[in-house]
Design a protein around this ligand. Structure first.
Ligand code: FAD
Length: 393
């Protein structure tokens, strides 16, 4: 069981490639995009995933790329300040000193740089069919010649094609959490620096992140509503966001105009993937493809990094039991972190009373400390095993 094909080169894919290569596997990564996808939104690497990054030797680089958000300011729909909290108070000094928040694209770049000379990357291609024959898997591609491998790993995200091909249609596993989002960048005319500003109405949130001293802000317009139909377009989203944020003051009118002009508009539902099993024969899933928790949990990247580490370790240790052991090790940790995103959302309360409570909570130390300990307990819930000395240099 030496030849592994990975679909997707964002976080889970290159992290898995790194560990498999270290254990002496023959790895190919196929990525639909023309290169490693850039994307400015900040992601968190927390708890057990920090230990995984330390073992990969990338922790100093991660800290170098850290966003180091100083504070979060919540605004009322008309732009008045509703509350403000220093991130250190929100997460606790221990967490802010240990955990790292950095732009997603920069983490992908780092993982790619670590593996690109040792692992085969095929960009601009995608798996078309998967056929399992006992001990091997036959794969055809949209562009390249067919291949036969021993294992296929889907690291191709929330809308994984590997999952659809090997496990069945997405709606069987997709759990819509009731929010949609539109993300884009805008010039930082608001003069923000290392901070996040969040303008909320019930079930609505316009968020601006100032990442280090970058000249553009990353903006996320989050809104509740029924699950959108398949094939919704950028124009549908723009219309919806305008309708929902009508009447907002402060920065929002400028953000809505910027959204219309944005050439980097990105939108999706806020959803999870929940599956009874992450493997089918010799096809297995890691990261968002198998257990997306949604950004409401802030744990998607950490699950992707730890999942990749555990899956590679188990394949190295005992290939015949690898998939069941991977599930046994990850299942509870995944469930706890997915559960954090369901129900009340601290960043995007759905109701007026919920919003009022959240704003009061921003000033209440005990509530903040309860929230931060819950995040930390779940983020550290996986004990990172040592899968013995690597076999390849
Ligand atoms: C707006 C936003 C904010 C977020 N904030 C946070 C946060 O604060 N903290 C956090 O931890 N997480 C956050 N996340 C989630 C985080 O980005 C994901 O959980 C994480 O990137 C999962 O990594 P992944 O490698 O599993 O999947 P992805 O990052 O989704 O990567 C999938 C890769 O597969 C490729 N691909 C897709 N289809 C195919 C195909 N058919 N063939 C080949 N390749 C394919 C894609 O191009 C992509 O490169 C956020 C996500 C979003 C959208």
């Amino acid at each position: 069981m030496r030849r592994v094909l990975i679909s997707g080169a964002s976080i889970a894919g290159p992290a898995l490639a790194y560990w498999l290569d270290r254990y002496g596997f023959d790895v190919t990564v196929v990525e639909r995009s023309a290169g490693v996808r850039q994307g400015g939104y900040p992601i968190d690497v927390r708890g057990s995933a920090i230990e995984v990054c330390a073992r990969m030797g990338i922790l100093p680089a991660l800290r170098e790329a850290a966003v180091n958000t100083r504070r979060l300011t919540a605004l009322h729909p008309d732009g008045r300040v509703a509350g403000r909290v220093e991130v250190e108070r929100l997460l606790g000094t221990g967490q802010t000193q240990r955990d790292v928040e950095l732009p997603r694209g920069e983490l992908s770049d780092l993982l790619y740089a670590l593996t690109k000379d040792r692992v085969e990357y095929v960009f601009g291609d995608s798996i078309r069919t998967i056929t399992q024959h006992g001990d091997t898997v036959g794969v055809t591609f949209e562009q390249g010649a067919p291949r036969t491998v021993d294992v296929v790993v889907g690291c191709d995200g929330l809308h994984s094609r590997t999952r659809s091909l090997a496990f069945g249609p997405e709606p069987d596993y997709h759990r819509y959490l009731g929010f949609c989002f539109a993300g884009f960048s805008v010039p930082n005319t608001a003069g923000l620096y290392r901070e996040a500003v969040l303008q909320n109405g019930p079930g609505l949130g316009a968020t601006m992140y100032a990442i280090r001293d970058q000249p553009r802000l990353f903006t996320l317009m989050v809104f509740t509503g029924p699950q959108p139909p398949r094939g919704w377009t950028a124009d549908d989203v723009r219309r919806r966001v305008r309708e929902r944020f009508a009447g907002f003051g402060g920065e929002v009118p400028r953000l809505l105009d910027a959204m219309d002009a944005a050439d980097d508009l990105y939108f999706d539902t806020v959803s999870q993937i929940r599956m009874p099993s992450w493997s089918a024969g010799r096809v297995v899933l890691a990261g968002d493809a198998g257990y997306a928790p949604s950004f409401l949990s802030g744990q998607g990247t950490s699950l992707a990094l730890t999942g990749a580490y555990v899956l590679a370790g188990e394949l190295h240790r005992a290939p015949e039991h690898a998939f069941s052991r991977y599930e046994a090790a990850m299942r509870e940790y995944v469930r706890r972190n997915q559960d954090m995103a369901v129900g009340a959302s601290f960043l995007f309360p759905r109701t007026r009373p919920g919003l009022w409570l959240r704003n009061q909570g921003l000033r209440a130390a005990p509530l903040l400390s309860r929230l931060s300990s819950r995040i930390d307990r779940n983020a550290t819930a996986l004990t990172v095993e040592d899968y013995q000395a690597p076999t390849a240099a």
